[in-house]
Design a protein around this ligand. Structure first.
Ligand SMILES: C[S@@+](CC[C@H](N)C(=O)[O-])C[C@H]1O[C@@H](n2cnc3c(N)ncnc32)[C@H](O)[C@@H]1O
Length: 269
């Protein structure tokens, strides 16, 4: 499939138009995607209060997370700006209680404005030109006491993996972010835990829980080749993903952010 003339939206974000096949194959078709889903399957029920509440999945991509919540009885609204990603999700999730909306996070006020008890936004902020503004928009759509399950690509882990791979000059120059221009899947805005802490506080969000997703896998010199070693690796990832210092170098950082302020709700929505 050919790429659009500019891969960036008018907001400067990297929508995944033309990337559905690549994303499905290179991430979810391989061990990294399988491990991510296995860890989320364990972590989401531990980190979130789940009581069949409606879920808004922002930048839902191919719909893996929407499907996970729908199978557990949640009514899900999946918002995704890339038409071909949304088509894949629609086909994969046919028959499940999911509403599909072709829109960007910035269009939420017009397209999915309700205050939501649970918003999921996984692996999206790092593809945005202004992730700080995006977190404010998400916070503004949370009901008081509502939970945001946020997962972001970890800049510190990106540095570590570049060093491990021998990309020393790149790491020393701190040239870590991708350009977003070709079909590469290196994010344009990898994020740090410090940024999430600061921006959460700015928006009345409290960090209730944090975990690293893939704290070991991406640094392995010898990826597992047997089923038994794969099982051992999954067990290690599960054991240390919420433990200091390991979570800090997870490829992704997974947060439960809770909206604790009520006074500024209407100003932001
Ligand atoms: C790495 S994928 C993650 C998909 C899914 N959340 C997951 O965890 O598998 C990033 C997604 O964010 C979407 N995206 C990019 N810019 C966006 C924006 N401004 N608003 C909402 N989604 C956006 C892309 O089109 C893409 O589907």
């Amino acid at each position: 499939m050919s790429l659009p003339v500019s891969p960036f939206s008018s907001d400067g974000d990297r929508h995944f138009d033309g990337l559905a096949e690549k994303f499905a194959g290179s991430l979810y078709g391989g061990p990294r995607g399988a491990l991510r889903l296995a860890l989320l399957d364990r972590l989401l029920p531990e980190m979130l209060r789940l009581d069949d509440q409606p879920v808004l999945d922002v930048g839902g991509g191919l719909g893996q997370l929407s499907g996970w919540f729908a199978r557990r009885g949640h009514a899900v609204t999946l918002v995704e700006p890339a038409a071909d990603m949304l088509d894949h999700a629609r086909q994969a999730l046919a028959g499940q209680p999911i509403t599909f909306v072709e829109a960007s996070l910035q269009a939420l006020p017009q397209r999915a404005a309700d205050p939501w008890p649970l918003i999921v936004c996984h692996a999206v902020l790092e593809w945005l030109h202004d992730p700080r503004a995006a977190l404010a928009i998400l916070a503004g759509h949370l009901a008081p006491g509502g939970q945001l399950s946020l997962m972001v690509f970890n800049r510190d882990a990106l540095r570590m993996s570049n060093v491990v791979k021998g990309n020393l000059e790149k790491a020393l120059d701190d040239r870590l972010e991708g350009t977003g221009k070709r079909q590469r899947l290196t994010p344009i805005s990898p994020l740090t835990h410090d940024q999430i802490e600061t921006w959460s506080a700015e928006n009345g969000l409290t960090i209730e829980a944090v975990a690293g997703v893939r704290v070991f896998h991406d640094y392995l010199r010898h990826p597992p080749t047997t089923e038994a070693d794969w099982t051992r690796l999954v067990a290690l990832e599960q054991r240390y993903c919420r433990t200091e210092p390991h979570w800090r170098l997870g490829r992704y950082l997974l947060y439960t952010l809770v909206r604790t302020d009520t006074a500024t709700c209407s100003r932001r929505s």
